[in-house]
Design a protein around this ligand. Structure first.
Ligand SMILES: *Cc1c(COP(=O)(O)O)cnc(C)c1O
Length: 353
């Protein structure tokens, strides 16, 4: 048993630059969407190599607007990975469309392209490809499904597929800047695209004021202090990612020989380790309690698979069921200190099996 303070599962990386940037935004007197939001959109689009971005109040809002801008609505179907964040379910439902979960590959936790093809019907209007835990999905094979791809890069900002940054590779990409993500604005999100008409549609739907008609629109705007924080965090993103890579390398080395399986990274893809998800042979729950008792807050990386929310037969989603039963997410973030990394490894080794 340890008397050291517990190691949290997540912790944002915040410094004086962040405080100064937010303070300057507040002091400017312009709090609602303004020039800092525009600057944040341009900086992020440049970073991802796409022509433009639309900043919004959350990743869920970005998903919602991306689907609406693609023309998704009532009577349509949208393919989603079954082992994913419930935000996908809510965003699809909010458009009136039906979410259709497809199984994931339990080795990479990413959408299985064959399962996605099988989930496709005449009503399918889009597919949401999540880059799970920071590993790019198999975009080449998913393009073969034949429907527009929404890249959910909420966990994968900075990851590369075939050498190119994810987020800008599908019809539209979605980012989240929630407090636990790779960089944060507290709450926030963005959609990025090379499609000017799609960006214009999302920009129109983001706010309700001074419109020529009464079609449904939203208030999904990001604030100036949030955008200022986003710019300050984006300037340090490469350092954040390098620190995550170093911790992941240490975990991989430290877990060698243990029966806990480290994340698999197929050739041609880079992993940014938003989460460090390991899989044992034994179930996740007792392992989580054992880690907690040793002062390490680990989590199931997905609260509940999406097919279970929808009441679909678990047997149809064997990859997801395997991941959900056995996968555990260990703490990984730039401010995790080397001695904390060692404590996580020691605790994980004691629970191996
Ligand atoms: C966090 C997350 C979202 C939702 O983003 P919010 O900003 O929390 O609304 C969507 N998809 C994935 C994969 C996420 O990790």
């Amino acid at each position: 048993m340890t008397t050291l303070p517990p190691i949290p599962h997540s912790r944002p990386t915040l410094g004086e630059q962040d405080c100064a940037a937010v303070a300057a935004a507040v002091a400017s007197g312009q709090l609602a969407q303004g020039p800092r939001v525009a600057e944040f959109e341009q900086a992020m689009a440049a970073r991802l190599g796409v022509p433009g971005g639309v900043a919004v109040s959350s990743g869920t809002a970005a998903l919602h607007l991306a689907l609406l801008a693609l023309g998704v609505g009532a009577g349509d179907e949208v393919i989603v990975p079954s082992y994913a964040c419930a935000a996908l379910l809510h965003a699809v439902r909010a458009t009136g469309a039906l979410p259709c979960p497809a199984d994931v590959d339990p080795a990479t936790f990413d959408l299985d392209p064959d399962a996605a093809k099988r989930a496709c019907s005449a009503r399918t209007r889009a597919l949401i490809a999540v880059h799970a835990f920071g590993l790019p999905a198999d975009l080449g094979a998913l393009a073969g499904v034949g429907v527009p791809v929404v890249e959910d890069a909420a966990q994968a900002l900075g990851a590369r597929y075939g050498g190119r940054p994810v987020g800008g590779l599908g019809r539209v990409g979605v980012l989240s800047f929630y407090a636990t993500k790779l960089m944060t604005t507290g709450e926030g999100g963005m959609l990025v695209s090379g499609d000017a008409a799609l960006l214009a549609a999302a920009r129109d739907l983001r706010e309700y004021d001074q419109k020529p008609d009464d079609r449904p629109r939203f208030n999904y705007k990001l604030t100036e202090p949030a955008a200022a924080l986003g710019l300050a965090q984006l300037a340090r993103l490469d350092g954040f990612l390098a620190r995550r890579q170093a911790i992941a390398a240490r975990y991989r080395q430290g877990l060698a020989g243990a029966v806990l399986e480290p994340p698999r990274v197929p050739p041609g893809r880079t992993h940014v380790y938003h989460r460090y998800v390991v899989k044992g042979r034994a179930p996740a729950e007792p392992r989580l309690r054992a880690l907690e008792a040793r002062g390490v807050q680990a989590r199931r990386p997905v609260f509940r698979p999406l097919h279970r929310y929808l009441g679909l037969a678990p047997e149809a989603f064997p990859g997801t069921e395997e991941a959900w039963a056995r996968a555990v997410s260990l703490p990984i973030y730039p401010s995790l200190r080397p001695e904390e990394v060692d404590r996580v490894l020691a605790a994980a080794a004691e629970t191996a099996g």
